[in-house]
Write a protein of this length. Structure first.
Length: 224
């Protein structure tokens, strides 16, 4: 399968909290530098839906296209990251935990402090601005550890909730914690999604396990 770079972010913050257990928080200044570097290098962003179609097809791939993704739907994606992206004409795909919209990241409890998540109005505004909204399940579980019926419920019903609230198709998915196996891979495919993303520590690159890059501390997010 051909590849278009897919960047994976979680939180973009002004001050990185001391209990950033997962290392998910990136300072606003470094994120802004990432986006400036991409823009100056001539990159443009496309949705994950468009990227997955091109990677799986025969049409030419623009070597300067890339996808920016945000996991979880944190409020700072809307308040901090989105204005930076907008200043460069960039859009992104955000994977939303459909059962916790407008609440907090309860899956972080016990590991690090929980953080507020976007509400439905904020998600609708991003969608109107050209952002793509994907599913990140209902409650952010480790899918491969669940009974099949529970995993199917998280995968199928999260999409139903998002489509009902946003009044638009939801075609992409991302596995919480990068936790999936061949059974959950097949559940996602059968649920009618067009594509799904890996976490950054997994190297598989298949239609429902698309490889992503975690931008490091350096100034160029696509640097190898």
């Amino acid at each position: 399968m051909r590849h278009i770079p897919i960047l994976a972010y979680h939180r973009v913050v002004d001050v990185v909290p001391g209990d950033d257990y997962y290392g998910n928080c990136l300072p606003r200044t470094l994120f802004a530098e990432h986006m400036r570097t991409l823009a100056e290098a001539g990159y443009h962003t496309i949705s994950l839906e468009v990227a997955s179609r091109r990677m799986g097809g025969d049409e030419p791939i623009d070597p300067k296209s890339c996808v920016i993704t945000f996991d979880d739907g944190y409020l700072d994606t809307y308040e901090v990251a989105a204005p930076v992206l907008r200043s460069y004409g960039f859009v992104a795909t955000v994977f939303v935990v459909a059962g916790l919209v407008g609440r907090r990241s309860l899956w972080d409890a016990g590991k690090c402090c929980t953080a507020p998540l976007m509400d439905w109005d904020q998600l609708r505004e991003l969608a109107r601005r050209g952002w793509s909204i994907g599913s990140h399940t209902l409650t952010h579980p480790e899918l491969a550890r669940l009974p099949v019926d529970e995993a199917r419920h998280e995968i199928v019903d999260s999409r139903r909730v998002l489509e009902q609230e946003l009044d638009r198709p939801v075609k992409t998915f991302c596995y919480p914690f990068g936790n999936w196996d061949e059974i959950t891979y097949e559940l996602v495919r059968l649920a009618g999604y067009a594509a799904a993303c890996n976490d950054t520590w997994r190297e598989e690159h298949r239609p429902f396990a698309l490889a992503r890059r975690l931008p490091g501390p350096g100034p160029h997010p696509l640097a190898r």
